[in-house]
Write a protein that binds this ligand. Structure first.
Ligand SMILES: NC(=O)c1ccc[n+]([C@@H]2O[C@H](COP(=O)([O-])OP(=O)(O)OC[C@H]3O[C@@H](n4cnc5c(N)ncnc54)[C@H](O)[C@@H]3O)[C@@H](O)[C@H]2O)c1
Length: 595
């Protein structure tokens, strides 16, 4: 029988601690909530009251239950109040010296049988445990932000943690309605190890002026399907906490440069820009602690319409390519009212035509398009097998599969065929747009438009400007994206643009973690869905995207940046070599044949 913890102490009532108090009190456990000083205690109390009031206002908690919940919490300044609890969870700032001192103190004050737990995100639980005389009763209990909402708890056992203590804590997690995933003591555990490289890389993009904060966040929400963008998430986590986590992961985790905190983070922390909690971080908030973003000097001042200044008139668009993406682009453009010339060679011509007609037929069946609309859409499309038919178009979108040299040759041909002033756009995801631009005599007119499949249903377009792209070519791409009802983000010409550059290294890291034997595919997937609210875990996503595609993107990123941290995981290479490519081939990280 697992031991039941009936009274629990929580130390530190900041971003995490106040939420952890709420989790316990909601589940009928008495809590002693401890802070270092009166003002911090009042802040913690106010956070708890606000959060429970919000739950009542939303109808998720009855007023009487709120009162009972608050009645279970005893607030106190100083650790002495913890002398009779069964379990203490600590959520003080992420600094080893501070936590070690705290645990030595807790060891003196708490009953000998009490379990001492840390909510650390990245520090060694073992280092903390040995500061006490009871290291076998010290464990990591890592909640996720916001603690009352996120289902995951990482339970971290050290080499000396007693198995029954781990079992008791696992049972407690279940009682709290959480999913406990038990793992060893490694920097960042599962979720933060996979999350923070990505967050740090996003900060690097802002720092380099590669894309704006708004565009990076929009790209990851719309293109990556994430609940919030990386910069919004960093503001929620707290930049001081994020800095400490990265710094520790860098030092403990093999000095992977991707975890070396971006210099901008340090500067922001020094300047007191800590994120939501201080009222300002990457964004500015209504007041400290508020989630409401208000405009500041970095908010784009140009009206949406001004971004389209200089856009060239586009009536007819040529689309080159015979695959699914080309078909999706043809359909989306024609439905938005553009006249479209679709150019595909040989059998591909029939295939792209089939893709478009089938998709439109499905739209009619689903009631999203009437038959007249379908006929008008098809009436706007000219099907062709010859590039010469693009002589009069205003914009060309290239979406051909195949090797880089073929694309270059195609751009040289387009340069011959197209009239002056045409914007030439490539959907390439794996080679620099500038290479294609320089295959023409009009590099200023060449732009990247990275779309996401299925094109008619997805809402993001990444517009890639090379060092030679003219502002009006960018404005033209923006105008077309707007008419298609898509959100456009603009970025520089680097491998993976925004979404792939941030997503694939994270997937690759998950493969490395699996390869290292640290955790399982299921637990890693759970960590990201239940701890970070990702719509799917990394292995489910890899199987869906295709391991061969992931490997190709990761290789491109690695070749460009040459940072060993981006080198494709050997396991990914082996699976691809073995023909385990994901859902499409029946097997990837999981076997899909019986599902
Ligand atoms: N912020 C997150 O998203 C997040 C998520 C999971 C885990 N964590 C971890 O939780 C811990 C706390 O992080 P946070 O973001 O909540 O920090 P925070 O800065 O928001 O809060 C820390 C609180 O601890 C209090 N404190 C400091 N010294 C104390 C002491 N000696 N005794 C009692 N209270 C003391 C401070 O007054 C403050 O209220 C860290 O270990 C962090 O890695 C954070």
């Amino acid at each position: 029988m697992a031991r039941e913890f009936t009274s629990v102490g929580v130390v530190g009532l900041g971003t995490m601690g106040a939420g952890i108090v709420e989790v316990f009190a909601r589940n009928g456990v008495d809590v002693v909530a401890v802070e270092i000083a009166e003002d911090a205690l009042e802040r913690g109390r106010a956070t708890l009251t606000r959060s429970t009031d919000r739950a009542v206002a939303r109808g998720k908690l009855a007023p009487a239950d709120r009162d009972a919940l608050l009645g279970r919490v005893n607030f106190a300044v100083g650790l002495a109040a913890l002398d009779s609890v069964d379990l203490v969870i600590e959520a003080v700032p992420e600094r080893l010296d501070l936590k070690q001192r705290l645990f030595a103190e807790l060891d003196r004050i708490c009953r000998p049988e009490a379990v001492l737990a840390t909510n650390t995100s990245s520090l060694s639980v073992t280092d903390i445990a040995v500061a006490t005389g009871r290291p076998q009763q010290v464990v990591g209990v890592h909640f996720f932000n916001p603690a009352p909402v996120m289902k995951l708890v990482e339970v971290v056992r050290t080499v000396v943690t007693a198995p029954e203590v781990v079992a008791d804590v696992e049972a407690l997690c279940a009682r709290l309605g959480k999913v406990g995933v038990t793992i060893g003591d490694r920097a960042g555990f599962i979720a933060n190890h996979l999350l923070f490289g990505y967050l740090n890389q996003a900060v690097g993009m802002v720092e380099a002026g590669y894309a704006t904060r708004e565009d990076i966040d929009a790209a990851m929400k719309l293109g990556g399907g994430l609940p919030m963008g990386p910069l919004t998430l960093l503001d929620l986590i707290g930049l001081d906490t994020a800095y400490e986590i990265l710094d520790t992961m860098y030092r403990r985790g093999g000095r992977d440069r991707r975890h070396a905190p971006a210099p901008l983070l340090r500067q922001m922390v020094t300047a007191g820009l800590l994120g939501r909690k201080s009222g300002r971080g990457f964004y500015t908030y209504e007041r400290p602690g508020s989630p409401v973003v208000v405009p500041d000097e970095r908010t784009p001042v140009v009206a949406e319409s001004a971004l389209l200044d200089g856009a060239r008139t586009v009536d007819t668009v040529g689309v080159v390519g015979g695959g699914t993406t080309a078909g999706g682009i043809v359909e989306a453009l024609a439905r938005a009212g553009y006249r479209v010339v679709s150019v595909a060679r040989g059998e591909e011509d029939a295939r792209v035509r089939e893709t478009v007609t089938t998709s439109l037929a499905e739209e009619v069946l689903r009631g999203r398009l009437d038959e007249a609309g379908r006929d008008a859409t098809l009436g706007r499309i000219t099907w062709s097998a010859a590039l010469d038919h693009l002589a009069d178009v205003d914009l060309v979108v290239e979406a051909v599969a195949g090797d880089p040299d073929a694309k270059k040759a195609l751009f040289a041909d387009l340069d011959e065929v197209c009239k002056p002033g045409v914007v030439l756009a490539t959907t390439t995801a794996t080679r620099p747009v500038i290479d294609l631009a320089m295959a023409t005599r009009r590099p200023a007119d060449v732009v990247g438009v990275h779309v996401f499949d299925p094109v008619p249903a997805t809402s993001l377009v990444e517009i890639v400007r090379t060092i030679r792209t003219s502002p009006d070519a960018v404005a033209t791409a923006r105008a077309v994206a707007a008419r298609l009802g898509k959100t456009a983000v603009v970025c520089g010409d680097r491998a993976g643009f925004i979404v792939d550059a941030l997503l694939f290294p994270y997937l690759n890291d998950a493969v490395r973690m699996l390869e290292a034997g640290y955790s399982t595919t299921d637990d890693i997937d759970h960590a990201m869905t239940l701890g970070c609210a990702y719509p799917v875990g990394p292995f489910a996503l890899l199987d869906r995207v295709g391991l061969d595609v992931a490997l190709a993107v990761q290789r491109t990123i690695y070749r460009e940046l040459r940072d060993p941290g981006f080198a494709p995981a050997p396991l990914l290479e082996h699976l691809v070599t073995a023909g385990y490519l994901g859902r499409g081939s029946g097997r990837g990280f999981r076997d899909h044949t019986s599902r």
